[in-house]
Design a protein around this ligand. Sequence first.
Ligand SMILES: [Zn+2]
Length: 352
Amino acid sequence: MIELPTFVDLHTHTRYPDNSNFPSQDIERAALNGGYSEILAMANSEIPIDSVENLKLAREIDQNLNIKVHRVASLTENLEGKKLINFSEFINEGIRIFSDDGKSLVDDQLAHIAFKTIAELDGAVFQHCEKNCHTNPGDIAPPNFSNELITIEEEEETEILERDLTLVEKYKTRYHAQHLSSKKSVELIKKAKDKGLPVTAEVTPHHLMSNNEKIHTSDGEYKMYPPIRAEDDRQALIMGLKTGVIDIIATDHAPHPQETKTLSFKNSARGVVGLESAFAVLYSSNIFTLEELIAFMSTKPKEILHELGYDISENSYCNWLEGEDIFVTRSIYKNSLFENSKVKIQKDITHV
Ligand SMILES: [Zn+2]
């Protein structure tokens, strides 16, 4: 048995607050089963966090969970990319991170105003980079042999990222690039960091563990944004972490009911769950040392939240059991890419 510090996920989709009774305890269970004690909830819940009223609804539920839920507000109303929300209202509520994650802030004019205003308020923009998200969202990374599926070229991500980094340089906005998927994105973040810009970045376990040689377009489980790209990209993401260009590993935990993931690839919902499997599969892959994983999943995510004024809990620890095993999701939503994978460590859930 080994005792490890608990993890902090900077990219979770809680789904609640909602009108369809999504079980908030399922997020709590997934987090605790994966060794996480704190999560950063994205604003694209069924009831979006684009008003203080909705933030309060979310916080009422958060308070009843045995994990700490930190909150993000959206950049635009209903994450539609058309009208900016009232940022300062959220700053007064202790919210300093703004993101339309699930979608990008694409409109150049709005982006200028948002980056400038948020910099003045000492907040941060967390960006999901996807140029065509509002007009023509794609399905799969190249090579795409299907007539039906839309290719998601690397530029979908890098054009928004490049534009954003220009705004960061201009306004000195604190910026975090979410779920990077490509080699070119890693290079862009490196250049920005070399210039001393206030930038951090994240990558998901699935982008570190898989490449598109393994993608089956018959399996909606692999439908996600950003898509899993080539082996070259995967290697660049790994090196990005090891060299400090990418700061953290975040799960992009996105629960979906089974019936929305077993449709055709084209019609399947985007996203996979990740909280429960993240550490077990990464540790078992031997890509990173234990010290590296603790830094990417616990120490550095805490530093980012702390720097932005979020209230972090005292260090806490939990137990992991070593030994050959098969990973199985125990929470309700099982849209995991790692179901039934061989692992060499499992969370001790006796006390969860
Ligand atoms: Zn996203």
